[in-house]
Design a protein around this ligand. Structure first.
Ligand SMILES: [Zn+2]
Length: 787
């Protein structure tokens, strides 16, 4: 074991010396957290920060620097053969800095100093600070695809900057400058084109950290370096307000946009701000699930796909950690845009607090927050990114283990803003803060109760501003019992001479409200005030989104907002999602439809391309499809018919009828396919591997599809009438005769939603063959619900 240098305790810097996140005065007060769920989470993470053996994490840094180390190597993503090794040490620097700063804790401060000094020793021999050898960058620059080396460099650089700005840790700024020098040498040899190729590999927020360094040093070369990490491929479309996010790895792109705000602050160049504000708006309004997270299996989906993109691997927790960083930086630019704070609070409550296992003494976290009906937060230690499984002491070290260390140590950061004689309360987290000679104490059980109290000790003339969330309908605000105006979505403002014993009481009454999904208004999640509620399922998850009858919702007597609701023939318990652990849960429910009589929804004879009902746009011939004698001819290569998006929206039951003539029969070729993607669809194929025609439907997140097989394949060379009826049963008719039936499908017509991609002759899955033959007389009949 190497002896670590002993360091004398250095006094904490005064508040005025602190350069806040980005350096804005007043954005980085030092509130003290009072007992609450937030403080509980923080204390568990702090217990881990105290526990974790720095020598084990430093092992690979020392080996890389040629220094001796006999520490036991770590596992997971810090194992000696994993290219991402070293990233956790960056998060540890930030987590230690935040915890030491907000808790004013000398032992965490000392541990910080030890870590920074040890890293400086590793940097000394070659001016290179990393836990993996520099040769990985040779491979990167030669066009290889190593695992995100600059991502790890970013974490360490950002951690050193946090150590400097929050604690003034000796050597941290010098080490950060040294890293920047190395980045300058390494990237300075590359042309702009070569650098853009390097940026194809995930690089975290290198631009953010370097722009932050520039805010401290004011050396133009640091800003120039930050801009070297401007990634044209993503910044180009965003600066033109184009959403090209579908199919992109979310947590690769979000930090780049955080960097765009940092660069805007340094340069004032408007396009950086456009990139960030447009991105935030799109992600929050068109790519986010109801809990405030984004991505399915780590990638962005097309805009407004939610129910069709449920899965066990939705909402990687790092993404939301980074969205919160972005949100906070944008709020600094636009302090009166309270939607930033509404999102910040919402994502904290409904994703980030719940990512941590409350039964873990060391604050272990999950990697994803899954949103399929089969999702769970599990108690056992598992694979690094096994859905829903918590991290561990030394065997995990996933990206989310790292970002979790930061998330749980900065809850105090966004609560207040202070100016000379103004105190702004942005979040309702129990805490106290000293301002202008008084101590203000915020106490509440919010969001478990609607009442938030502020008390004063000492006297001062001060403007007190309180954020009133947008979700509240009838807020009330009282100062010493006297009403004061308060409006949703605004700050309430009170200026007076405050005295000890003064009391401010804000009441935010909460009611349950259903929040429908954009791609299927028949599917909704239930919120209560700022809390998303989850159905609890113990060990047995539902197989598909379960129904819920809003008229049966009942509050369970007691202090916490617990409810019951009827779901089919059973009663389900609903709890705040952040409290549901070690069991299966469900967030999105199918609401009961108002059933109506069936009618023709759309009818395309395909003699022309018009919809005979006159309600829908024309069908479109694509990929070489041509009008034939009786319908549309499809060449089996790429020809298909595109029908309008949204056709089966809000149908409680439907029937598709279509004529088809096959020239060739190929397994999996679709007669029709109405869907969103490879996981959310309703299709008819002429023949499967089992040798018969099949209709099947599925919603993302379901393990298996519902299907009905015909008795025969569709015949060749003759016009055949096919009809599929989706109601309480699935029935498949060929030439007017019932050919197959599924008496108990799990999914229903309503869950299919307003499908975006509706085809004749083509599958959602691009690997499937196209239909070779002809189609005619497509008719969709159905019973629509009232929305
Ligand atoms: Zn992650």
């Amino acid at each position: 074991m190497l002896a670590l240098p002993a360091l004398a305790a250095v006094p904490m810097p005064a508040l005025s010396e602190i350069s806040g996140e980005g350096g804005k005065p007043g954005w980085h007060g030092r509130p003290r957290l009072l007992p609450s769920r937030y403080l509980d989470n923080m204390q568990r993470t702090v217990a881990y920060l105290r526990f974790v053996d720095l020598d084990r994490l430093l092992h690979t840094f020392r080996v890389t620097a040629g220094l001796p180390s006999d520490a036991e190597p770590c596992g997971g993503w810090e194992a000696p053969d994993i290219q991402l090794r070293g990233h956790t040490t960056g998060h540890l620097l930030s987590g230690l800095a935040q915890a030491a700063y907000y808790l004013e804790d000398p032992s965490l401060r000392e541990k910080s100093a030890v870590l920074v000094a040890a890293l400086a020793e590793c940097q000394a021999p070659h001016g290179y600070l990393s836990a993996f050898p520099e040769t990985i960058f040779d491979s990167l620059e030669a066009g290889g695809n190593p695992w995100a080396p600059y991502y790890t460099i970013h974490k360490i650089l950002a951690g050193l900057i946090d150590q400097h700005r929050l604690l003034g840790t000796a050597g941290a700024l010098t080490a950060a400058r040294g890293m920047a020098d190395w980045v300058g040498l390494r990237t300075g040899r590359l042309t702009r084109e070569q650098m853009q190729k390097v940026l194809h590999v995930e690089f975290g927020g290198m631009n953010e950290a370097l722009a932050d360094l520039y805010e401290i040093t004011r050396e133009p070369r640091h800003l120039e370096l930050a801009r070297r990490f401007d990634h044209d491929e993503i910044f180009g479309p965003l600066s033109e307000r184009r959403d090209t996010l579908a199919g992109r790895h979310a947590n690769t792109d979000i930090p780049k946009v955080v960097g765009a705000v940092a660069t805007y602050r340094a340069t004032g160049e408007e396009h950086y701000r456009t990139i960030a504000t447009y991105f935030w708006d799109q992600v929050i309004k068109h790519h986010s699930y109801v809990i405030g997270g984004n991505s399915n299996a780590e990638f962005f989906a097309p805009p407004d796909q939610i129910v069709s993109q449920l899965g066990e691997n939705t909402c990687e927790n790092c993404n939301t950690y980074n969205m919160l960083k972005l949100t906070r930086r944008l709020h600094q630019l636009d302090p009166d845009r309270l939607d930033y704070l509404d999102y910040y609070e919402w994502a904290l409550l409904n994703q980030m607090l719940g990512e941590q296992d409350p039964d873990s003494a060391h604050g272990f976290v999950t990697y994803y927050t899954g949103l399929s009906p089969s999702a769970s937060r599990k108690g056992k230690e598992g694979l690094v990114n096994d859905p829903g499984t918590y991290s561990s002491d030394y065997g995990n070290f996933s990206c989310d283990h790292g970002t979790g260390l930061e998330t749980s140590t900065k809850f105090a950061e966004p609560i207040y803003r202070t100016a000379k004689d103004t105190l702004t309360v942005d979040l309702f987290i129990p805490s106290e803060i000293d301002v202008a000679g008084t101590t203000v104490r915020l106490t509440t059980l919010y969001p478990y109760e609607p009442r938030i109290c502020l008390g004063f000790s000492g006297s001062a003339t001060l403007t007190l501003r309180l954020r009133i969330p947008r979700w509240v309908r009838h807020p009330t605000l009282r100062v010493n019992g006297k009403p004061v105006p308060a409006r949703p979505g605004r700050y309430a403002s009170i200026r007076r001479r405050w005295r000890s014993g003064d009391r401010v009481e804000l009441h935010l009454p909460m009611t349950p409200r259903w929040l429908p999904a954009p791609d299927n208004p028949a599917v909704a999640a239930l919120a209560y005030g700022p809390l998303v509620l989850a159905g609890r399922y113990g060990d047995t998850p539902p197989e598909v989104l379960p129904p819920a009858d809003p008229s049966s919702l009942r509050r369970v007597p007691g202090a916490t907002p617990e409810f019951t609701i009827r779901s089919g023939d059973r009663s389900i318990q609903l709890s705040p999602f952040l409290d549901v652990h070690h069991e299966h849960y469900n967030i999105y429910f199918a609401l009961p439809p108002a059933r109506r009589a069936a009618a023709v929804i759309a009818s395309y004879p395909l003699a022309g391309l018009r919809d005979a009902t006159g309600r829908w746009p024309d069908a479109v011939l694509a990929g070489g499809a041509t009008p034939g004698e009786r319908g549309i001819e499809l060449d089996g290569v790429s020809g298909h018919v595109v029908l309008p998006a949204g056709l089966p929206a809000n149908l409680t039951e439907f029937t598709v009828s279509v004529w088809v003539r096959l020239n060739t029969i190929t397994n999996s070729a679709r007669v029709f396919d109405l869907g969103f993607n490879q996981q959310s669809y309703a299709f008819l194929t002429a023949r499967t591997g089992r040798g018969t025609a099949r209709f099947a439907m599925k919603l993302n997140g379901m393990e298996a599809e519902d299907f009905v097989d015909a008795a025969i394949p569709l015949p060749l060379n003759v016009w055949t009438h096919v009809e599929v009826r989706v109601a309480d049963t699935l029935r498949l008719f060929i030439d007017g005769t019932l050919s197959g039936e599924n008496p108990a499908p799990k999914m229903g017509a309503l869950l299919l939603g307003a499908t975006h991609f509706n085809y004749l002759g083509r599958s959602q899955n691009t690997r499937h063959p196209y239909l070779h033959g002809a189609v005619a007389d497509f008719t969709l009949t159905g019973a629509a619900t009232a929305f």
